[in-house]
Design a protein around this ligand. Structure first.
Ligand SMILES: *Cc1c(COP(=O)(O)O)cnc(C)c1O
Ligand code: SF4
Length: 439
């Protein structure tokens, strides 16, 4: 029985935002900035986020406000003024769209070869909604899940939400997935992602997951669902059919993990999220947590330490701290690698052992997931120590390697090898790229 009653929440977009009393009380300049930036970056929030998560007395600095409401400084000043003046002058939609399109293309909509390099081919056909980058794991992007209950302003999949042609990837039918998995017994992990697969109707979720429970797919030991619904719409998990599906996965002997995206400790505080966590855990599924470290929202060790401690208290397993990808309003959010590492370390050393399951800070870069192990001195030189947590070649994993220290570097591409001409994996990666990466 539910101890918490879910209110009826509604999506909020520019079309209905004037209905919110919280919004109507906001400084008109802040309102205009949201409207301007939302022409370029996707904007969608909901009444749960607005009423339960945002502390309106702290807006515009409130971290959850920055998390879902576009901010002026996310665009270059010049671009911002251009769009703002067009809106003020009542310019035709088509003219605005032309400028918007040009700005979006400059925001690196597809980092790390997402569209071009990781899509597997099956019997001569590109399976657009699958990614198979690391041997044991297939990512699934079900097309009805290519949206979220609210949009994070730092989203690295933002291009999928704005409807730019050729910037989307999705799978329509679970048949493509089962065909592929039948031919790939090396795959032990299937990770449903998006957008957010928990946006899908329960019947669609069942249609994708249930077939995998058949004996034919016994090699698929782990099923993961990557979601931000626990943070943005926890009552999604009050649905009995979702809970029953989770129980079935567990009863079939599979490991079910809800990979929950929690950006800030505030998201763990409401009665509803706590009830949702309790319900999910009661099915035998586990919940692991991950988030990027981003400026203006969670770029301090206290936020992370508090988040990890709270997660452990609630029975969640801290999993990844990511470095934000090189896309979208990168300049607004970026945290240099050296700082990301200090934040990680300052938080990590404060938390009990059970929270030290977390790994990071990690960059999901073209060759793989690269963790900044730390900064140290070799001889008289400061260096970064790095390692692969995941690699296009599994043999790259867990070998420490070095890069020259660079206080300003924010991504792997900014780093130069230390003590050698190239990073140890570069020749092999070039060879793999030449041969055409696929599944
Ligand atoms: C992170 C990621 C995975 C999962 O990696 P784990 O280390 O197993 O969590 C799988 N595929 C891609 C493309 C990823 O970025
Ligand atoms: S939940 Fe994930 S996919 Fe959805 S907007 Fe946030 S970062 Fe993007």
């Amino acid at each position: 029985m539910l101890s918490v009653r879910a209110e009826k929440y509604r999506p909020v977009t520019l079309a209905n935002i004037e209905d919110l009393p919280e919004w109507r009380r906001l400084d008109p300049e802040v309102q205009e900035a949201v409207r301007v930036v939302a022409q370029v970056l996707p904007f969608r929030t909901n009444t749960y986020v607005v009423q339960q998560l945002i502390d309106w007395s702290r807006v515009p600095e409130d971290p959850i406000f920055v998390l879902t409401f576009p901010q002026k400084d996310m665009l270059d000043e010049e671009d911002f003024v251009r769009i703002r003046d067009m809106l003020r002058a009542g310019a035709p939609k088509a003219a605005i769209n032309e400028v918007v399109h040009e700005i979006r293309l400059r925001l690196n909509p597809h980092p790390a070869g997402q569209l071009t390099h990781n899509v597997p081919v099956f019997e001569g056909r590109r399976l657009e909604g699958l990614q198979h980058k690391y041997r044991e794991t297939v990512l699934v992007f079900p097309s009805p899940g290519q949206v979220c209950h609210a949009f994070c302003t730092y989203c690295f999949r933002w291009a999928q939400f704005v409807g730019e042609p050729d910037l989307r990837m999705a799978i329509n039918e679970s048949q493509d997935l089962t065909d592929y998995l039948r031919a790939h017994p090396e795959v032990t992990d299937v990770l449903f992602t998006g957008g957010d697969p928990m946006v899908m109707k329960t019947s669609v979720l069942e249609r994708f997951i249930r077939p995998l429970l058949d004996e034919t797919f016994a090699h698929v030991q782990d099923i993961r669902i990557g979601t931000k619904a626990l943070a943005y719409w926890p009552s999604r998990f009050f649905d009995d059919r979702v809970l029953k599906l989770f129980e079935e996965v567990v009863a079939a002997g599979r490991h079910l993990a809800v990979m929950a995206h929690f950006t800030h400790p505030r998201e763990l505080e409401t009665d509803e999220v706590r009830e949702a966590i309790r319900l999910i855990r009661s099915t035998g599924a586990e919940i692991r947590t991950q988030s990027p470290v981003v400026a203006h929202i969670n770029d301090n060790a206290e936020a992370w330490a508090q988040k990890w401690k709270e997660e452990v208290k609630l029975g969640l397993i801290p999993y990844y701290m990511f470095v934000e990808r090189d896309t979208g309003p990168k300049r607004f959010f970026e945290v240099p690698l050296a700082r990301a590492w200090s934040i990680f370390r300052d938080a990590y050393k404060q938390v009990p052992g059970l929270a030290r399951t977390v790994r990071g800070p990690s960059m999901s870069a073209f060759p793989g997931k690269v963790r900044v192990v730390g900064v140290t001195t070799l001889g008289s030189e400061q260096v970064f120590v790095l390692e692969f947590l995941q690699g296009r070649n599994p043999d790259w994993v867990g070998r420490p390697f070095f890069a020259k220290f660079d206080e300003k570097a924010t991504w792997l591409d900014d780093l130069r090898p230390y003590g050698s001409e190239k990073f140890f994996y570069e020749d092999e990666l070039a060879e793999m790229t030449r041969q055409g990466l696929s599944g």
